[in-house]
Design a protein around this ligand. Structure first.
Ligand SMILES: [Zn+2]
Ligand SMILES: [Zn+2]
Length: 74
């Protein structure tokens, strides 16, 4: 019975010398040691002053994108 090749992992191998969990990560992220996807860091924030809203379109969050569209400012 083989054990997963990842350090500190004692689960039995499912495929490619990795356990089910680490094999799943290899498929999803291309690296069995990544827990979270990297794109978390690249989330953009609204350009409106003092707004931390997540960007929806044209650099603004849903609320400010709507305001910017209604007022017609570019
Ligand atoms: Zn493992
Ligand atoms: Zn905003």
């Amino acid at each position: 019975m083989e054990i997963c090749i990842i350090d500190n992992c004692l689960k039995t191998v499912k495929a490619k010398r990795l356990c089910a969990m680490h094999h799943q990560r290899l498929i999803r992220h291309g690296d069995p040691e990544i827990v979270k996807p990297r794109r978390v860091k690249t989330v953009k924030v609204c350009e409106w002053a003092n707004c931390q809203g997540k960007v929806l379109a044209k650099g603004y969050c849903s609320k400010h994108y709507y305001i910017q569209r209604v007022t017609g400012k570019e």
